[in-house]
Design a protein around this ligand. Structure first.
Ligand code: SF4
Length: 434
């Protein structure tokens, strides 16, 4: 599972808009999961939706091993496997797809939304899933809604799968009724249900009564969007969705992301400011949370402080994590890699990184591994495929994909978030003395 294999010399660092940060752009071999991976958390979020990957056996294996086997429930994802005849253009893949979808919907009448998910193989044979979705929507006449997006691994990383899935939902969001546009906060990005409940309750206590989410818990309960809807991203990797929501009139609130105490407090404060809530009211709600969150982080800070951290580009959470681990946990940043740097969405994070932080955008795997080996950091945050080789070289690692599956958002989760990074270091210490 990978992306481009083109190898080009790494570009030298160039200045960012913040003159005190240096940015290195790289292009070469990449080592990331593809967008299909995001089905793992999206199908849990929307239990009435089904994700049908149109791909190869490789795609099926990826999803099956990433999501695990569902023992007690019927899976809500599957793969329409393109066989050799499809790939050679000898079979009508559209006909087969229609037949397969019809069978699926007879067997699974509870499905309300069907996502057709494109893959590398479906793109190679130029199977037009947009047209397929149109055709199926006409046949199904509203009984099931069919959407499509690409989870292909070419030039993308795995979190972009969620961005593409949410983007596909934006055109179906109803326009806000006149007169109600100005009082809605729209949280965008998948959160664990329990975390979302807690955050929504906090927004209510801050004085924001109408809070909705994209994606919703039921795929057909799409929130409205319109002028005055304040859009608050819970994840930094939703560039295309953010653009589509603002094109429909939503006003984007820019802030650091809700990872760690500081980021979560700043994120909620930015939303409160957008609704004109007085600072004293914000402080009354947030101060006890901040205090509690800091206490929860403290024991992990003892392990992390002074340790050197290298983040390889993978999840697109890297800048937010670097900010949290440096400012709240006392780690020093050797390098912060990110697959893509959307400055508009990450301005709040860039401003909080220390002067001179080396940032790299894109990936040239060999060059990055050379820098890791030369720096010998205490901890490397990286993709699954790199963790074992680095561990074998004596370098502690943290899988970045774990962070997308874990409930890490909000002040109350800051201790757990710090613990995720302290754990590999504690483990290494124990092994050293055992
Ligand atoms: S979509 Fe592409 S990168 Fe992803 S599993 Fe299928 S073949 Fe591999």
């Amino acid at each position: 599972m990978g992306g481009s294999l083109s190898v080009e010399p790494a570009a030298p660092p160039v200045a960012t808009r913040n003159p005190e940060l240096s940015l290195r752009r790289e292009n070469g071999q990449r080592e990331v999961f593809c967008g299909l991976t995001s089905i793992v958390w999206l199908h849990r979020r929307m239990p009435d939706a089904f994700f049908l990957v149109v791909g190869s056996r490789t795609c099926a294996h990826l999803i099956q091993s990433a999501a695990g086997v569902m023992i007690f429930a019927e899976p809500r994802f599957g793969t329409a496997i393109l066989g050799e005849r499809d790939l050679a253009g000898l079979a009508d893949a559209n006909e087969e797809l229609d037949r397969l979808v019809a069978d699926l919907l007879v067997r699974r009448p509870e499905i309300r939304t069907l996502f057709l998910v494109g893959s590398c193989p479906s793109e190679v044979i130029k199977l037009d899933l947009g047209k397929a979705a149109e055709r199926l929507n006409a046949q199904l006449a509203g009984r099931v809604r069919v959407l499509n997006y690409s989870g292909s691994g070419i030039e993308t990383t795995f979190t972009q799968g969620e961005d593409q899935a949410l983007l596909a939902m934006v055109p179906l969001m109803p326009a806000s009724p006149p007169g109600t546009e100005a009082d809605q906060l729209l949280i965008v990005g998948t959160l664990a249900d329990a975390v979302e409940d807690r955050l929504v309750d906090l927004f209510h206590r801050l004085g924001i009564p109408r809070v909705s989410s994209l994606p919703p818990r039921q795929s057909r309960d799409l929130p409205s969007i319109g002028p005055g809807t304040r859009v608050l991203l819970a994840q930094p990797f939703l560039s295309a969705t953010a653009r589509a929501l603002t094109a429909r009139g939503g006003q984007l609130i820019t802030a650091p992301y809700p990872l760690g105490v500081e980021g979560s407090a700043a994120w909620m404060t930015a939303a409160a400011e957008a609704f004109g809530i007085p600072p004293a009211q914000v402080a009354a709600v947030l101060d006890p949370l901040v205090e509690r969150g800091r206490r929860a982080v403290a024991p992990h800070r003892e392990v992390l402080a002074g340790k050197r951290l290298f983040l390889l580009p993978d999840s697109q959470l890297e800048l937010s994590l670097a900010r949290f681990l440096q400012r709240e946990c006392g780690m020093s940043l050797v390098e912060v890699g990110t697959p893509y740097l959307d400055r508009a969405l990450l301005e709040g994070e860039l401003a909080l990184l220390p002067p001179g932080t080396p940032i790299s955008e894109g990936q040239h795997l060999e060059n990055q591994l050379d820098r890791v080996r030369a720096a010998r950091p205490d901890l490397v945050v990286c993709g699954l495929g790199l963790a074992n080789p680095l561990e074998a070289e004596g370098i502690a690692t943290k899988w970045s994909i774990e962070l997308v599956f874990s409930p890490i958002h909000g002040c109350d989760q800051a201790g757990d978030l710090a613990e995720l990074f302290a754990r590999p270091l504690r483990r290494r210490e124990l092994l050293r003395f055992s």
